[in-house]
Design a protein around this ligand. Sequence first.
Ligand code: PLP
Length: 391
Amino acid sequence: MMPRSDYISDTEWRRFMEFSEPLETPCVVVNLRTIKSNYLKLRNSFPYAQIYYAVKANPDKAVVSLLDELGANFDLASRYELDLVLSLGISPERVSYGNTIKKAKDVAYFYEKGVRMFVTDSKEDLKNIATYAPNSRIYVRILVENASSADWPLSRKFGCHSDMAYDLLVLARASGLTPYGISFHVGSQQRDIGQWNDALAKTKYLFSSLEEEENIRLTMINMGGGFPASYIQPSHDLSEYASEIYRYLTDDFGDEIPFIILEPGRSLVGNSGILATEVVLISRKNNTALNRWVYLDTGKFNGLIETMGESIKYPIVTSKDVPGGKEAEVIIAGPTCDSMDILYEDYKYRLPVDLKIGDKLYILSAGAYTASYASVGFNGFPPIKTYIMEL
Ligand SMILES: *Cc1c(COP(=O)(O)O)cnc(C)c1O
C-alpha cells in the first residue's frame, strides 16, 4: 500500500472520493486547487522568471483558463494549441512557438495570428521563420545530455550544438530577425539539478562569445521544463531546484541575470490529477503461479503511455487498502489486444490480496501527459475523459 498521505491531503482525498464516486471509469479527475497552489509555489520560488505553461502536459480548457487567470504565458507546439489558447481569449503576445519542428505554413499561421516569438534549432526552420515571421524574436535551443537522470528524457531529438546555435543567431540577425536568447530542456522529471548547471554554462558561453565577437546581445534564457511532479521515485523539493538554479545563474551572470523564462508542464499539473480505473480481470497464468495479473479498464493507449519502459512509476492506491492489510506482488496491464499494453512487470507493485474484479484503483499524480496522450479509439475504447474539480 502506498502512503497516500505523501501525495494528497486527507481533505482533498475526501473531496476527490465524493466527486469521483458517481463517475464512470476510466477517467481523470483534475483538481484546480492543486494547480493553483503549484503555480503560486513556482512563482514564489522563481520570482524573477516568467512562466510559460507547456500546454501539451494538460490542454484541458479549464486548466489553461485557470493558468491564464493566474498570469501565466503559454508554450505551444502546434497551430491546434494556438487555436485553443486564442479561443480562450488569451493574447498572442503571451505565446511562444516552442516547437523546433514545424511547417512553413504553421510559422505563417502563428505570425498571422500575432505571435512574435519563435524557437529554432536548424537552418531550414530559421529560413522559414525569417520568411514567414519577419522581425520576430528568435531563440535557439541547444542540445543538452540528460538521458540517465531524467525519467522522461527529451535529449537528441531537440536542440543543436552550441557552435551551430552561434551560427544560427548570427544568421538570424542577418535575416532581419531579432536574436533573443537561448533555450534548453534538461529532460522531463529531471531529478539531477546539476543538469541546469551544465546547460547554463553552455548558455553563458554563447552569451559572451556572441556579444564579444558579433556584437549580438542576447537577453533571454528559456530554462525549459523538467521540474518534478511527485511519483514513487523520490525527487528534491522545488525549493531546492530554485535555490540551486539561482546560484548557477549568479555564478555565471553575476548581478546581470538575463530575462528568465520557465516552461513547466509536469510540475504544474502532474499531482493535480487522479486517474480512476476499475479492475476488469484478475488471473494467474498457471495453477501454481505466484503472481497475479491485474487487468485494468485503461492502459498504455488510454492515458498511461508514460509507463513505457516503466519510466514513470505512479503511486497507486486501491479501494481495498487498509493499514497493515495483506498485499502481494502483481503484474498490472491494460485492457487492449496489444501485448505492449502491460504497465508494470519489472517494477513490482504490491496490491491487496483480497482485491476483486470491479474494485477501483486510483492512480495518483496522473494530471500530466495522460489524457492528452490517449488514442482516439484503439479496440474501440474512447479516449479517457477528464473531469474538473473547481477551485
Ligand atoms: C514538454 C516541454 C516542456 C514541459 O516539460 P515538463 O518536463 O513537463 O515540465 C517545456 N518546454 C518544451 C519545449 C517542451 O517540449
